[in-house]
Design a binder for this molecule. Structure first.
Ligand SMILES: *[C@@H]1O[C@H](CO)[C@@H](O)[C@H](O)[C@H]1NC(C)=O
Ligand SMILES: *[C@@H]1O[C@H](CO)[C@@H](O)[C@H](O)[C@H]1NC(C)=O
Length: 359
């Protein structure tokens, strides 16, 4: 056990779950980013398109816009909603909506991270995302380069993708206030499912999305936003099981990036309001109530070599790491981006913004 460098939450060390403790020797930055904007934009998949097909929840730097297609994002940003104040990256995922028996939809709010294992920042990011950068492979981990971006998952998918088995999963919290099982995500099919939970979750629903860990070393992006990155030859690395070797086509080991999103589904737990046909009532903004289409977008935007410093510093755990700069949750929440596409994000709406994506 080498927990001496775990400076932010020393008193919590004993409360940490076993799967976190096993990380000794590797670095796992795990920090909150509050919401920077909710908008119907997607500069990665639909650059310049206003509005884009579906609504996203975006966190990170304030350089986010419809056409941030190339270049060093950190140069265009003046603030960020993330705990690490040199992180001007943007992280986004699709919003989730509840579909009531009468056919109307209401957006499900995102919460802060679960209180048990987290710092005072990440539990207060309501509307945000918990971001992980893990050195989940042996050897040198090379941080992303300015202009790097990638996408994981496929919004058109409605059946389980075996390749994403340990990469994309949902947890149904069975007790109030994130009660229930607290084991590592995406490890056990009985605890975590690849589909959205079909029954009431007393404590809300969590989604974990993990990105590939190997890069071709040349391209900052690719036409499908995926083929410049790859999984290790032994299959997808999970941030617990150290990944195998990277393929010769994608030899550079990059950090294991993971997003953790928690939705407060509890206002919608009355089954009398669920669709009469018994269908699962939670829909992603792109019209998916299976959950198999869950996907996530990333645009790298750390200033200078600040992320590389973090990945080189072994044994950094959580939301602080050696001399990496941090900010308070109050400072982070002052950062925002003006909404471009006006949608009703809080009331009952008769259809999903943009309608359901044609299959
Ligand atoms: C969007 O961001 C890009 C890259 O940072 C910048 O060049 C462009 O001027 C921005 N567009 C708007 C409308 O702000
Ligand atoms: C639909 O149902 C929800 C929840 O039961 C309710 O709050 C809303 O007002 C209803 N909308 C319409 C248009 O009836």
């Amino acid at each position: 056990m080498r927990w001496t460098t775990f400076v932010i939450l020393p008193t919590l060390a004993t409360a940490l779950p076993q799967w976190l403790k096993r990380q000794g020797g590797t670095t796992m930055l795990r920090f909150g980013c509050a919401q920077v904007v909710i908008d119907r934009l997607d500069p990665l998949v639909n650059p310049g398109q206003i509005p884009s097909p579906h609504v996203h929840q975006i966190v990170g730097g304030n350089a986010f816009n419809a056409s941030m297609t190339t270049g060093d994002v950190s140069g265009g940003a003046s603030c960020t909603t993330c705990r690490f104040s040199d992180d001007f990256s943007n992280y986004w995922t699709a919003n989730l909506y509840f579909k009531a028996r009468n056919g109307s939809y209401k957006r499900v709010k995102q919460l802060g991270a679960a209180r048990q294992f987290n710092d005072d920042f990440s539990t207060k990011i309501d509307g945000g995302v918990l971001v992980y950068y893990v050195s989940a492979q042996p050897g040198k981990i090379t941080a992303f380069k300015p202009g790097f971006r990638m996408l994981v998952g496929d919004p058109a998918r409605r059946t389980a993708d075996p390749a994403l088995k340990r990469h994309n999963c949902f947890r149904c919290y069975t007790g109030p206030n994130f009660g229930g099982d607290t084991s590592a995500p995406c490890m056990d099919n009985k605890i975590d499912t690849q589909n959205l939970p079909k029954d009431v979750c007393k404590g809300g629903i969590r989604s974990n999305i993990q990105f590939p860990t190997c890069w071709d070393g040349k391209n900052l992006d690719s036409p499908d936003h995926k083929s410049h990155v790859a999984h290790p030859t032994s299959g997808p690395a999970n941030f617990l099981s150290l990944g195998g070797s990277c393929p010769s086509t994608h030899p550079i080991r990059i950090p294991q990036l993971m997003y953790e999103v928690v939705w407060d589904t509890t206002p919608f737990n009355n089954k009398a309001e669920w669709p009469a046909d018994g269908s699962q009532p939670f829909y992603f903004s792109y019209g998916d109530n299976t959950g198999y289409g869950q996907h996530a977008d990333y645009v790298f935007g750390w200033k200078g070599d600040s992320l590389q410093k973090g990945m080189d510093a072994s044994n950094c755990m959580g939301a602080s790491c050696k001399d990496m700069k941090v900010q308070t949750i109050d400072q982070a929440k002052k950062c925002s981006v003006k909404t471009t596409v006006k949608e009703d994000n809080d009331g009952w709406i008769s259809q999903l913004p943009g309608g359901e994506m044609p299959m």
